[in-house]
Ligand binder design. Structure first.
Ligand SMILES: CC(C)(COP(=O)(O)OP(=O)(O)OC[C@H]1O[C@@H](n2cnc3c(N)ncnc32)[C@H](O)[C@@H]1OP(=O)(O)O)[C@@H](O)C(=O)NCCC(=O)NCCS
Length: 296
């Protein structure tokens, strides 16, 4: 176990390339190729990375994307970890822990493949599955909807107060939402971003639900021409009556017509109904967000 040095870069890149290709061979919702030059630059320049070697061969690696001091979390980047066995991952996390702690972290977060071997190895390091990313292809078209009961419109910054109310509907029950000034800033940014569609569903001019749609810049693990859905929320008084399903159906049809090939969404796993909702809309989990405290 040692900090990643220049002589490890090629070995780590080869592992990542093989790992990405193998995952795509198992699941056709994943992209199997990547930009080798960009990967090499990312691996060579990462701050805080470790390799595990055995008999002259790299058997695992772990990298830090950043330490979010305000939330006390060390983030592992996509494909920022590989391990030949759970014990290797445990040893890598052990090596990273003092450095992450010195940088202000009390825990770690990583998006990993949603596969039992991966999630299990992270669980052995004390991590819990917190969220999933699901993907669905947009062709053939999503199920035709039988005439949604609402009108869908793109909101702009003049709708900030309405959007703030709708955004609050998406807060998980029993957990603190974001700090109000932060929420205002984030929602305003989305409303002003020309690449983002902040969609509000209305019945008789009254907002009843929202969804935010943004194109995904090419990134490792995501298929080309992907769109990201987020902040899907229905008026708490009107849930369970088909509105959320109709909203997602309308949004998927809209992005399909706009030429996107796949849609991605991240959902928290705490509420099994939310999990059921997305699976029933055709989203298949590809990635899992695992989070844990730093080991003692
Ligand atoms: C998830 C959500 C958008 C679904 O909208 P909805 O209008 O309640 O959903 P529909 O009526 O079309 O579909 C009902 C299905 O959604 C699921 N569901 C999820 N959350 C639900 C809720 N709070 N109430 C009722 N059903 C819910 C149910 O399991 C149901 O499936 P079932 O018929 O197999 O039981 C909505 O409940 C919501 O806004 N939740 C809070 C925000 C959130 O978690 N958004 C997802 C972010 S990724």
């Amino acid at each position: 176990m040692r900090p990643l040095g220049p002589s490890d870069v090629d070995g780590v890149c080869e592992r990542v390339i093989a790992r990405v290709a193998a995952a795509a061979a198992r699941c056709d919702l994943l992209e199997g190729t990547l930009d080798r030059g960009a990967l090499r630059r990312a691996v060579a320049n990462v701050e805080g990375a470790w390799v595990a070697r055995s008999r002259g061969r790299v058997v695992g690696h772990l990298a830090t994307a950043m330490v979010d001091r305000s939330r006390g979390r060390a983030w592992v980047p996509p494909d920022g970890a590989s391990f030949d066995s759970p014990a290797v991952l445990g040893a890598l996390v052990g090596a990273a822990t003092p450095v992450w702690r010195d940088a202000g972290a009390v825990g770690f977060s990583a998006w990993v493949y949603d596969e039992p071997v991966e999630v299990g190895a992270w669980a052995a390091c004390g991590a819990t599955l917190r969220a999933r990313r699901g993907v669905r292809v947009l062709s053939p078209p999503p199920d035709p909807r039988t005439g949604a009961a609402f009108a869908l419109r793109r909101a702009d910054i003049d709708d900030l107060e309405v959007a703030l109310t709708l955004d609050r509907w998406g807060d998980p029950p029993g957990a603190p939402g974001p700090e109000e000034a932060e929420r205002r800033r984030e929602v305003a940014d989305l409303l002003e971003d020309p690449d983002v569609d902040y969609l509000v569903a209305e019945i008789d001019g009254r907002p009843i639900a929202q969804a935010v749609v943004m194109p995904l810049a090419p990134r490792r693990g995501s298929r080309a021409n992907a769109v990201h859905l987020s902040a899907v929320a229905v008026d708490p008084e009107r849930r369970g009556r088909g509105l959320g399903g109709d909203l997602v159906g309308s949004v998927l049809e809209r992005v399909r017509v706009a030429g996107y090939a796949v849609a991605e969404v991240n959902w928290r796993t705490r509420d099994p109904r939310v999990e059921r909702f997305w699976r029933a809309r055709g989203f298949t989990p590809t990635h899992a967000l695992v989070e844990g405290p730093l080991p003692d």
